[in-house]
Design a binder for this molecule. Structure first.
Ligand code: NAP
Ligand code: ZN
Length: 350
């Protein structure tokens, strides 16, 4: 075991601060990574604040990890010291259940091990995430980062990227479809980039009129202000697909009203109760509401390769770990363009 530096929250009301944690020694299937960058996902904030009522403290968040391989176990042949790699939301799963066999480890029937706040099979206690100097991860959960991508700006692909790419791919979004992405934050800005890269007519649906210019730069063909009832009426019944990234419970009725007959809205943001929905709004037009959770490891690699080919990365604001609490306050207010990424040098040098 090695003691390393990390940043952690000790309770739901506490600021994050420095904490020493332990990492296991490298076993035969393991890869040890020197963490260079870690993205800040709204899920980090939810878990620190115990919004989902399952947080275990101390919470060391972080599941958008980019780093260099430091050491590999005897069974590892796909990665070597010095490789640029990524780790996303999962670090292990059973590898034997039907979901794992279908490359959908996020739905592992025996429970995937999430990067933080999951049972730690090796050391006991719970797992600690990427707001730390290094991490040791099973080789099956290591991603290769295409060399042409800027490593810092690639970090949020490991969660925001795959969470938006996967539903667009699964529901078969194609050239010419009218696709709406709801909420312009970390996930939403990637949703727009991917839908645009897939050739869809892309509409940013936002509560923030001041984000309109940016939305167009990110690839939106149109911007729809969701608080403007007249505009919402104009777009009623016109969308082939909606990707909903709103991070809290909300009234879905106005959004469902935007769908065409037989079209689907996929919820990825609200991991909590939603307001009542009028059944008629689904029945009239045979509409669907569905959910989606990150994506499997194979699909995450496909997404990274797609980003390599299309030169897609995230729009980021770099921060030092010492500014993480201020960054959380800004994230809470939807004030980030469009993902904070922590430069882990600031932790190592501290
Ligand atoms: P974020 O950066 O905070 O962005 C969320 C955006 O939603 C905001 O920028 C804002 O955009 C809009 N919004 C915020 N509050 C709203 C409200 N009350 N009503 C309407 N719109 C609102 O968050 P994120 O990192 O993209 O994450 C979004 C959610 O996805 C979080 O809850 C996170 O936990 C969840 N998540 C889920 C998965 C999964 O696998 N399903 C993976 C990662 C994250 P506008 O200003 O444009 O309105
Ligand atoms: Zn995330």
């Amino acid at each position: 075991m090695t003691a390393i530096k990390a940043y952690a929250a000790s309770s739901k009301d506490a600021d994050l601060k420095s904490l020493d944690i332990k990492r296991r020694d490298v076993k035969k299937d393991d890869v040890k990574i020197d963490i260079l960058y870690c993205g800040v996902c709204h899920s980090d904030l939810h878990q620190v604040r115990n919004d989902w009522k399952n947080s275990q403290y101390p919470v060391v968040p972080g599941h958008e990890i980019i780093g260099k391989v430091l050491e590999v176990g005897d069974n590892v042949s796909d990665f070597k010291q010095g490789d640029l790699v990524g780790v996303g939301c999962m670090v292990d799963s059973c590898q034997t259940c039907s979901s794992c066999k279908d490359d959908l480890e996020q739905f592992c029937e025996n429970g995937a091990t999430m990067t933080y706040n999951s049972k730690d099979k090796h050391l006991g206690g719970h797992t600690f995430g990427g707001y730390s100097e290094s991490i040791v991860v099973d080789k099956e959960f290591i991603l290769t980062i295409p060399e042409n991508l800027d490593a810092k700006a690639a970090a949020p692909l490991l969660c925001a990227g795959i969470t938006t790419y996967s539903p667009l791919a699964h529901w078969g979004v194609k050239e010419g479809d009218k696709v709406g992405v709801i909420g312009l934050g970390g996930l939403g800005h990637m949703g727009i980039k991917f839908a645009h890269a897939m050739g869809a007519h892309t509409v940013m649906i936002t509560t923030s009129p001041d984000k309109s210019e940016d939305a167009k730069k990110l690839g939106a063909d149109e911007v729809l202000i969701s608080k403007n009832e007249d505009e919402m009426k104009k777009h009623a019944g016109s969308f082939d697909f909606l990707l909903n990234t709103i991070p809290v419970g909300h009234d879905m009725n106005p959004y469902v009203n935007l769908l065409k007959r037989d079209a689907t809205m996929v919820i990825v943001g609200a991991v909590e109760p939603l307001d009542p929905l009028h059944g008629g709004s689904l029945i009239m037009g045979r509409k669907s509401i569905a959910g989606s959770l990150i994506g499997g490891i194979r699909e995450t690699q496909q997404m990274l390769d797609f980003c390599g080919e299309h030169n897609v990365v995230c729009d980021i604001e770099m921060i030092d770990i010492q500014n993480i609490n201020e960054a959380y306050d800004r994230l809470q207010k939807s004030d980030v363009k469009y993902r904070f990424v922590i430069d882990m040098k600031s932790l190592k040098d501290s």
